[in-house]
Design a protein around this ligand. Structure first.
Ligand code: FES
Length: 108
């Protein structure tokens, strides 16, 4: 859900892009954080905690808490509350601590 009309605020026109969450296409707007696009699409659980595998979502929304770590284009531990969308990017739920890609490349 997105706010489209507001009595005080205005929302400038932005380019629509597509990102993929678990392989499913999701509409996003250029310049918005990944987490905002996922939230607008109804995705609330961003990762499962490392020890107890409990669901985690938005918490601080300013890049300070690590609650929103996800795997983005094969790179784990990306704070999606502050990382901006790019057309065609692939986002997956991170389970546990995430495995870092080998030096010099993203896993395929
Ligand atoms: S929600 Fe806290 S770092 Fe993203």
């Amino acid at each position: 859900m997105r706010i489209k009309d507001h009595p005080i605020l205005t929302f400038p026109e932005r380019k629509k892009v597509t990102i993929y969450y678990e392989g499913k296409p999701i509409d996003a707007y250029e310049g918005e954080p990944i987490a905002a696009a996922l939230h607008a699409a109804g995705v609330r659980v961003l990762r499962l905690s490392a020890e107890m595998h409990r669901p985690r979502g938005f918490f601080c929304a300013i890049g300070n808490c690590s609650s929103c770590l996800m795997e983005v284009d094969g790179i784990p531990n990306v704070r999606v509350c502050v990382e901006k969308v790019r057309d065609g990017m692939r986002v997956t739920q991170q389970k546990g601590k995430g495995v870092l890609p080998p030096v010099g490349g993203v896993k395929k």
